[in-house]
Ligand binder design. Structure first.
Ligand code: SF4
Length: 202
């Protein structure tokens, strides 16, 4: 097996704060690098591709295994910038449930995670395969026009998957109002809030 090394921005054990798995204890691996360029991005510090400490999949597994976590979230940045197959395989072989959070800007890893949280962004169109393979859809709402775009995204996904609208945290009050009205009128959506921010969790 090759010695792929992954740039790690940060890692921490906490509770998932968003989407379908909200409330689930999870170990987060935040990988460096993103070129999607969302104007409202809340993790801009993770955009650089280089300059982060590099870890092998086995070393990352050791970090996870030092906690009681059973659920691992690979996030970013945009984690699909990296060949994730080795990391996913290593974690799954050790019995972990692997959730990938991605905008879908780059191809899906050759070894599929257990759960794909697909959060497409207007700033960089996703790879078409994500619409078929997503286990959940999560769209961040920053402006009223995002709601129409979210509907277009949902129509392209499998109708059975859970679909979430999540307010941009920095426009929380306004965006939440738009979302609540929209969900009541379009009840195939659910609300996702970033609980970790309210609870001051990482
Ligand atoms: S895809 Fe994610 S990390 Fe990249 S700019 Fe958008 S919100 Fe930020």
């Amino acid at each position: 097996m090759s010695e792929m090394r992954y740039p790690l921005v940060e890692s921490f054990y906490t509770l998932q704060g968003e989407g379908f798995w909200a409330g689930q204890p999870a170990y987060f691996l935040r990988l460096g690098g993103c070129d999607v360029g969302c104007s409202w991005c809340d993790t801009q510090h993770s955009w650089p591709l280089q300059g982060w400490p590099l870890y092998t999949a086995q070393e990352l597994l050791s970090c996870v295994a030092a906690t009681p976590a059973r659920h691992v979230v690979i996030t970013g940045g945009e984690p699909t910038l990296h060949p994730l197959g080795e990391l996913i395989q290593t974690l799954q072989a050790a019995g972990y449930f692997v959730q990938l959070e991605t905008s879908g800007a780059y191809p899906l890893p050759e070894l599929c995670p257990d759960w794909v949280t697909f959060s497409p962004k207007r700033f960089k169109p996703p790879e078409p395969l994500y619409y078929e393979r997503a286990n959940e859809l999560k769209v961040v709402i920053h402006a009223p026009s995002d709601l129409k775009w979210a509907e277009e995204q949902r129509k392209r996904c499998r109708p059975s998957i859970p679909a979430f609208l999540q307010p941009d945290f920095y426009r929380q009050d306004q965006a939440l109002e738009w979302i609540l009205e929209h969900i009541k009128a379009h009840p195939w959506w659910r609300l996702s809030l970033q609980w970790h921010r309210y609870l001051n969790l990482p």
